[in-house]
Design a binder for this molecule. Structure first.
Ligand code: PHE
Length: 339
């Protein structure tokens, strides 16, 4: 094929090209190091002198023309792409659109926390808070978890540089702050974010939410703990939901109990969510350990108290039948708008 024919063929291919990559492929096929027009130019020296002149002019003209065609085609494609983007990503800033304002909604985690806190407020608890960056003393030491105690291993702690500070692994340090700044009688809940160095999966997240509760007075008994938590669960899940207090261990409470509720998904028959046990573990609790009172300089002979801590995400999942915690963090508006 002579250069003119090659130029015509390349022109057809260019017209059919739809992307910059396709244009580039045409350019390489004709003008690249082994391109068809390049080969003609390379072969000129073997032609007789009179043919060489004509063929050389033709091939060079084809090269220049094709280079120009490639540029034009590229510009056309790019401006079509841009026009498409401008049309599809267009934001209408005209004032009419401002009304009605598109309203957001509260996140299900926040909604659930507010609902829980309002139940405790109705029982006479006040709301407190505490820092998310804590010292070893607040997160562990004051809660009767001394250095080198194996209980620390279970906490998967994120330490900050220098190991002097850490991200709180539970809201329990909020108890310590509350008791340091107030005197009994005291009834307080502390909602907040906590951090643990664990991999994210359907039931775990490195950042999650807890609500801590603490009641201290001269005559608080385990019956107060049971009554308060039973009432809380019944308000949240309905008074027909069964719950049980199961002996457990926490360094900062003695005795300690974990609370299970009848599985909200299967009603206790056994399913994937409750791992066929019929029960869901929802919170940790117990009577405040005397060493914790000692740490905050409360008189452990005079006062008793109960404390509890619950994971908000677990409640949200059980209340709404959500089987993957990650759905709560993906900020998918379609999902979030359902609550
Ligand atoms: N802080 C405990 C936890 O995160 C829960 C808890 C709080 C247990 C208060 C007892 C009393 O697992």
């Amino acid at each position: 094929m002579n250069a003119d024919a090659l130029l015509k063929e390349a022109g057809d291919k260019l017209a059919a090209a739809r992307t910059p990559e396709e244009v580039e492929a045409v350019k390489v096929a004709y003008l690249g190091r082994k391109g068809a027009i390049t080969e003609i130019l390379k072969g000129l020296s073997s032609l007789p002198i009179d043919e060489r002149k004509i063929a050389g002019q033709q091939a060079n003209a084809a090269r220049v023309a094709l280079e120009a065609d490639v540029e034009v085609r590229l510009r056309d494609i790019n401006s079509a792409v841009l026009a498409g983007k401008l049309a599809s990503e267009k934001i209408d800033t005209s004032p009419q659109l401002a009304f009605p304002f598109p309203l957001g909604s509260r996140h299900p985690i926040r909604q659930t926390m507010d609902e829980m806190v309002s139940i405790f407020r109705s029982l006479g608890f006040v709301v407190g808070d505490g820092p998310e960056i804590e010292t070893d003393w607040y997160n562990f030491e004051a809660l009767n978890i001394p250095a080198n105690h194996p209980a620390r291993d279970t906490q998967d702690t994120f330490y900050l540089e220098g190991y002097k500070q850490l991200l709180r692994t539970h809201t329990s340090p909020g108890q310590v702050h509350a008791m340091e700044t107030r005197q009994p009688p005291l009834k307080i809940v502390i909602p907040g974010r906590v951090y643990r160095n664990e991999a994210t999966d359907a039931t775990h997240s490195a950042i999650f939410h807890q609500i801590e509760g603490l009641a201290v007075d001269t005559n608080i008994t385990f019956a107060d703990l049971k009554g308060t938590l039973t009432l809380f669960i019944h308000r949240l899940f309905g008074s027909s939901v069964k719950l049980r207090f199961r002996p457990s261990h926490f360094q900062f409470t003695e005795p300690s109990a974990e609370v299970d509720i009848q599985c909200t998904i299967c009603g206790g028959k056994g399913c994937r969510v409750c791992k066929n046990s019929g029960w869901l573990e929802v919170l940790g609790s117990g009577m405040v350990h005397p060493n914790v009172f000692k740490a905050v300089k409360y008189d452990a002979e005079k006062y008793t108290g109960f404390a509890f801590g619950l994971g908000v995400e677990r409640f949200v999942m059980f209340m709404y039948g959500i089987d993957d915690m990650r759905l709560l963090y993906e900020n998918n508006l379609q999902f979030l708008k359902q609550f």
